[in-house]
Ligand binder design. Structure first.
Ligand SMILES: NC(=O)c1ccc[n+]([C@@H]2O[C@H](COP(=O)([O-])OP(=O)(O)OC[C@H]3O[C@@H](n4cnc5c(N)ncnc54)[C@H](OP(=O)(O)O)[C@@H]3O)[C@@H](O)[C@H]2O)c1
Length: 288
C-alpha cells in the first residue's frame, strides 16, 4: 500500500515508518521537514493533491504543549479534520488517527479536547477508520520517556505530591503493532485504547527507570502539587511537557482495560522488561 504518514519524524511516526517499510509498504512522510506544515493545511483542498495514489492515511502529528503558533486547535483538530474530509472526498478509505488515552467524554484539557474533536470528526465520516488512544508510551527516543529517565537519574527522584498518580505505560512496539493491524483488518470503525497491562504509580515508574539505568534505588523528593503547578508555569518555556495541564492530567491517572487491545492483537501485551526501555519498536519487542 502507499501510505501517507503524518508526524513521520516523531517518536511514534518514525517507528511506524520503519515498520511500514519493513512490511513492504510505500510511505509518503509528512511533517514540516518534508514541507507539510499542519498550520497551512486547514482545508480539504490543501490535502487533496497529497492524496493522489494514496491507499491509506495515518495521522500521528501532535504536540504536548502549545508554543507560539503551534496551537492545539490547529494541529490536533482543524488540520486533521481537513485531512479526514479530504480522504472521504478522494476515496482514501482507510484512515488511522493516533489520539490519546483520555480523549473521551471525561476530557477537560485543551490537549484532550482538541484530540477528541478530530476523533469525533473521523468517527462521523464514511471511512474505514480507527481511533487509537495510547497511554504513556515508553521506548527509545520518546520525549516524555527521556524526560522521566533524566528525572529518575537525579540523586533524589522528584515526584508530584506523594507520587501515587497511576500510569499504565505501554511499549512503542505494542503501539506500532496495533497500528499495523488496524491498517489491514476488515473490522474497521473501532476506537481502541492502547494501554499496558500493568498499573503503576508515577513514583514506582521513575524508580524502575532508575533501576534500568543501573542505578541504586533513591529516595523520593515529594514536591507539593501547588509548587509543581507554579514551577510548570515557568518550566513550560524550557520544556513544553512541563505544562500545568499535563500535571492535572497526570493527577487524574487515566486507565483502561487492556483486554480489548490484546484481543485485537491476538497476543499478550509486552511486560516492561529492562531492555525495552532502550529499544525502538520491533516485532513483539524483540531486542535481538
Ligand atoms: N509519546 C507518547 O507517550 C504519546 C502517548 C499518547 C498519545 N500520543 C500522541 O501521539 C502523537 C505523536 O506523538 P509523538 O510522541 O510521536 O510526538 P513527537 O515525537 O513530538 O512527534 C510529533 C510529530 O508531529 C509533527 N509536527 C509537529 N508540529 C507540526 C506541524 N506544525 N506540521 C506538521 N507536523 C508537525 C512533528 O514533525 P516536525 O517537527 O518535523 O514537523 C513530529 O513528526 C501525538 O498526537 C501525541 O499526543 C503520544
Amino acid at each position: 500500500m502507499r501510505i501517507l504518514l503524518t508526524g513521520a519524524s516523531g517518536f511514534i511516526g518514525r517507528n511506524l515508518r520503519a515498520a511500514l517499510l519493513a512490511a513492504g509498504h510505500e510511505v509518503v512522510a509528512a511533517s514540516r521537514s518534508s514541507g507539510i506544515d499542519f498550520r497551512q493545511m486547514l482545508t480539504a483542498d490543501d490535502w487533496l493533491p497529497h492524496l493522489v495514489g494514496t491507499d491509506a492515511v495515518i495521522n500521528s502529528v501532535g504536540i504536548i504543549g502549545e508554543c507560539g503558533s503551534q496551537r492545539f486547535d490547529v494541529l490536533h483538530t482543524h488540520a486533521p479534520a481537513a485531512l479526514f474530509r479530504a480522504c472521504e472526498h478522494a476515496g482514501v478509505r482507510r484512515v488511522l488517527q493516533i489520539s490519546a488515552l483520555g480523549a473521551d467524554d471525561t476530557a477537560f484539557s485543551p490537549y484532550h479536547l482538541s484530540k477528541k474533536a478530530a476523533d469525533d470528526c473521523l468517527r462521523s465520516l464514511d471511512l474505514d477508520w480507527f481511533v487509537l488512544r495510547p497511554s504513556l508510551i515508553y521506548g527509545h527516543g520518546g520525549k516524555s520517556a527521556e524526560l522521566f529517565m533524566r528525572l529518575a537519574a537525579l540523586p533524589m527522584i522528584p515526584v508530584v505530591g506523594d507520587g501515587q498518580q497511576m500510569l499504565q505505560p505501554v511499549h512503542i512496539s505494542d503501539v506500532v503493532a496495533t497500528t499495523m493491524q488496524a491498517l489491514v483488518t476488515p473490522e474497521s470503525g473501532q476506537t481502541l485504547d492502547i494501554v499496558g497491562t500493568e498499573i503503576i504509580s508515577f513514583a514506582d515508574w521513575l524508580q524502575r527507570m532508575r533501576e534500568v539505568q543501573g542505578l541504586r534505588p533513591a529516595q523520593f523528593l515529594q514536591v507539593p502539587f501547588g509548587l509543581c503547578m507554579a514551577s510548570a508555569r515557568v518550566g513550560r518555556y524550557l520544556n513544553p511537557i512541563l505544562q500545568p495541564d499535563n500535571l492535572r492530567m497526570l493527577k487524574v491517572g487515566y486507565r483502561a482495560d487492556p483486554k480489548p487491545v490484546e484481543r485485537f492483537l491476538g497476543r499478550a501485551l509486552l511486560r516492561s522488561t529492562p531492555p525495552l526501555f532502550f529499544t525502538d519498536a520491533t516485532p513483539f519487542g524483540s531486542t535481538s
